[in-house]
Design a protein around this ligand. Structure first.
Ligand SMILES: NC(=O)C1=CN([C@@H]2O[C@H](COP(=O)(O)OP(=O)(O)OC[C@H]3O[C@@H](n4cnc5c(N)ncnc54)[C@H](O)[C@@H]3O)[C@@H](O)[C@H]2O)[C@@H](O)CC1
Ligand SMILES: Nc1ncnc2c1ncn2[C@@H]1O[C@H](COP(=O)(O)OP(=O)(O)OP(=O)(O)O)[C@@H](O)[C@H]1O
Length: 382
């Protein structure tokens, strides 16, 4: 969770000419972001502290379950990492082994995957009662884990509702700058993205949201987004590598309808097999945050595209046919134009500030650059 990145993205959109921007963030980041700008609407929709308390509670239950398995005399039964002596070492008798596995994924944990509970063993001389008691405690712990999982789903659902409630008022949504990598924040982001696709909202996916999509458990979501034509992904070099790795594991081979803006010395704007190159010269410094500026700038251009498409849909009732082909071309052109804006703004900011240039200086140049480009366009059209 960061405060700078969401501010950069949001402020850039405002400087492009967008009327209103709302930042949905953690309670912990809300105040600093609000203090950066009186213009931004900043909503605290979750608290990292509360999210951590869910993970802590889950970790506690899982540790208790592991301890319970060990108390059963485990070691060679079903999982590694147990240094308790085996039953054979302690009494040399035959063992009856029971393997226990938690019945559902833990609510957070490393990658949200199963934490295998080690196999337990019950010694003959402990008797059936001991085994029954152990099983009883395990069942109770499983119940606790289940109840916690249900509470978590309600908690996440509430956050998702809070954000998606605003969808009808939005023209575009940017997810990722400063998102952080908390597993529960990822769960929220996943559901928000799914709802955004259902609502056919313009989506700009950047930074940590791209990291999230490179994880195996979000593979289906990545596939959904790759075939969603109103999505623009803005990976840097590392993020593009991760995405490629994630996709190359099993490339479904389906049509890639979304746009990818691959940032670099030359930005490449890719739609399926079609690529546009932004060869505009930038600045000589690549300070942190310019990627966020680009994400915000693309969000502004995509919001205008959404408005244009809505107007055309309106026209369609008066027999004006909306051309699907031109829609993706316009989105491609808008992404390219946004990349040009950021390169030009970086160049001017660098000329003025040299080594001390920061993302804020780039943001300061956006307005003039957009105005100049608009004037150039007007002069070019006869
Ligand atoms: N002031 C802020 O609050 C900022 C927050 N940021 C946020 O920080 C989080 C993590 O972003 P990262 O970019 O560190 O995450 P990544 O995991 O993408 O990058 C990992 C590492 O790779 C390096 N890297 C990135 N592009 C590279 C390239 N072309 N060549 C060589 N190395 C490269 C990065 O410097 C970083 O050390 C995101 O949420 C992002 O939005 C950044 O946007 C920077 C500014
Ligand atoms: N090798 C490069 N040479 C020149 N410009 C570059 C290079 N790589 C990226 N850029 C430009 O820097 C800007 C930000 O891209 P970058 O790869 O730094 O994104 P990022 O890592 O996501 O940024 P952030 O610091 O906001 O996370 C883009 O405008 C891009 O065109």
């Amino acid at each position: 969770m960061y405060a700078g990145a969401p501010y950069y993205a949001a402020e850039s959109a405002l400087r492009c000419g967008v009327d209103l921007v709302t930042v949905y963030t953690a309670a912990e980041a809300c105040m600093p972001i609000k203090c950066y700008s009186p213009e931004l609407m900043v909503r605290a929709v979750y608290s990292i502290e509360v999210m951590n308390s869910y993970l802590d509670e889950e970790g506690g239950i899982i540790r208790e379950m592991e301890g319970e398995c060990r108390r059963g005399g485990g070691g060679g039964g079903g999982g590694g990492g147990n240094d308790a002596p085996t039953t054979k070492e302690t009494n040399g008798s035959d063992t009856r082994r029971i393997a226990m596995m938690s019945g559902r994924p833990p609510i957070g944990g490393e990658g949200g995957r199963y934490l295998p509970i080690q196999g337990g063993e019950a010694r003959n001389d402990d008797g059936v009662e001991v085994l029954a008691e152990g099983l009883g405690r395990m069942t109770s712990l499983e119940g606790k884990l289940h109840a916690l999982g249900e509470r978590r789903e309600v908690f996440i659902g509430g956050i998702v509702d809070d954000i998606t409630h605003a969808f009808p008022t939005l023209h575009a949504m940017c997810i990722g700058p400063g998102l952080g990598r908390h597993p529960l924040v990822f769960s929220v982001a996943e559901k928000v993205i799914q709802r955004a696709i259902e609502a056919r909202l313009m989506l700009i996916i950047d930074a940590d949201a791209l990291f999230m999509l490179s994880l195996g458990e979000y593979r289906d979501l990545l596939e959904d987004l790759r075939s969603y034509e109103r999505c623009v992904m803005t990976p840097n070099l590392m993020e593009m590598r991760r995405l490629r790795d994630a996709l190359s594991a099993d490339d479904g081979g389906g049509r890639r309808s979304n746009i990818i803006v691959q940032k670099g010395n030359v930005d490449e704007i890719i739609h399926d097999s079609y690529t546009m190159r932004c060869e505009e010269e930038g600045g000589l410094k690549r300070c942190g945050g310019i990627g966020d500026v680009l994400a915000g700038t693309i969000s502004a251009f995509m919001a205008w595209n959404a408005i244009l498409e809505m107007e055309e849909t309106h026209d369609a009732q008066n027999d004006v046919i909306t051309n699907k082909e031109s829609e993706w071309q316009r989105r491609l052109f808008a992404s390219w134009a946004a990349a040009v804006v950021v390169k030009k703004a970086t160049k001017v900011a660098f000329q003025k500030k040299k080594r001390s240039m920061s993302a804020l200086d780039v943001i300061g140049e956006i307005g003039d650059v957009v105005n100049d480009m608009e004037d150039d366009l007007k002069n070019a059209v006869p």
